[in-house]
Design a protein around this ligand. Structure first.
Ligand code: IPM
Ligand code: MG
Length: 361
């Protein structure tokens, strides 16, 4: 298969982790006889430094023209980086939001899985971990607070900031359908998370999810308030299969879900629209504090590349091979610093990529 992949390395640890994902993809190409063509695209801080804006229209067009985009991470230290002196619409994150919207990537899949080998990196008690957990957060990605109207201005002599949370029923329905569809391929349970005791947008969310649920009689579903969900994630994460939620709640809960699996460095993600196109990126940020030191964990990005093979290119066998290689490396005792524990072998970012690539054959 001939695949055209747009590559956004981005800022901070982005370039190093993407290099490792490409190393692993190249090994897949060699073993399974595919051709992966990469086109480097600039987004985030590096695009600001080069073009003065975090994402150019030309880059959007190039991303659209590719089959899929593999991304690292964007942004810098929000207190020290000059990028954060710019007005909000010119900062690195604005590029990420713009590409999500421009490509209509409304469905963000964030699987959080506890590897047996990483049980010791999990901050939860053994009796809570039990035989591990395996959940997927289906986060709505192009609506809600992230894209509502906002302003900061003086009202009655006081500086006043406003952000608006808007959802229409179509936006809720399409993400709910994605959530139930994926539940059908997993353990057939959906937990829809909202704040319906306070928010109108959540009350509409609940109503639409209930309508969608009628088409999936095999799927068990429940509604859960977001504060309760945050608590349940550390009290009993094993109860979850698919967590279906809006943009902001999904942002917060996915970091929490990632951490209970041992490290943010393990959580991959796929952002999809109604076509086969997808943008694949780790759920974690650009970690500017550890950039360029060869200590970042490339696994979330490597697993994101596996998701790309599975969802955009239908290369299930190849995706399985990457996931298997990651398991193997962990079973063989190799760890980056973030998941290191005594008795395992500490390796850097690049070595981790080598070890995973070696196990694809
Ligand atoms: C994420 C990130 C982004 C988000 C930031 C960088 C804008 O935290 O992908 O989870 O909030 O969506
Ligand atoms: Mg986030």
């Amino acid at each position: 298969m001939n695949c055209n992949i747009g590559v956004i390395k981005g800022d901070g640890i982005g370039p190093e982790i993407v290099d490792e994902a490409m190393k692993v993809l190249d090994k897949v190409a060699e073993v399974y006889n595919h051709t992966f063509n990469y086109e480097q695209l600039l987004m985030g801080g590096i695009s600001i430094d080069t073009y003065g804006v975090p994402l150019t229209d030309e880059t959007i067009e190039k991303a659209k023209a590719s089959d899929a985009v593999l991304m690292g991470s964007i942004g810098g230290d929000t207190t020290t980086s000059p990028w954060y002196k710019l007005e909000p619409s010119l900062r690195p994150e604005a590029g990420l939001l713009k590409i999500r919207k421009a490509l209509n990537l409304f469905a963000n899949l964030r699987p959080a899985y506890l590897y047996n080998e990483l049980k010791r990196a999990c901050p939860l008690r053994d009796d809570i971990i039990g035989d591990g957990f395996d959940m997927l957060i289906m986060r709505e990605l192009t609506g809600g607070l992230y894209f509502g109207e906002r302003s900061t201005k003086e009202v009655d002599g006081k500086m006043t900031a406003v952000d608006t949370l808007t959802y229409n029923e179509d936006e809720i329905r399409r993400i709910a359908i994605k959530g139930f569809d994926i539940a059908m391929k997993r353990s057939k349970k959906v937990t829809s998370v909202d704040k319906a005791n306070v928010l109108d947008s959540s009350r509409l969310w609940r109503k639409v999810v209930e309508e969608v649920a009628k088409d999936y009689p095999e799927v068990t579903y429940e509604h859960m308030l977001v504060d309760n969900c945050a608590m349940q994630l550390v009290r009993n994460p094993r109860q979850f299969d698919v967590i279906l939620t809006e943009n902001m709640f999904g942002d917060i809960l996915s970091d929490e879900a990632a951490m209970v699996t041992g490290s943010l460095g393990m959580l991959s993600s796929a952002s999809l629209n109604e076509t086969k196109f997808g943008l694949y990126e780790p759920s974690h940020g650009s970690a500017p504090d550890i950039a360029g030191q060869d200590i970042a964990n490339p696994i979330a990005t490597i697993l994101s590349a596996a998701m790309m093979l599975r969802y955009t290119f239908d290369l299930d066998k190849e995706a399985d091979a990457i996931e298997e290689a990651v398991k193997q490396v962990l079973a063989d005792g190799y760890r980056t610093e973030d998941i290191y524990d005594e008795g395992s072998t500490k390796v850097g970012c690049s070595k981790m990529g080598d070890l995973i690539a070696e196990r694809i054959n």
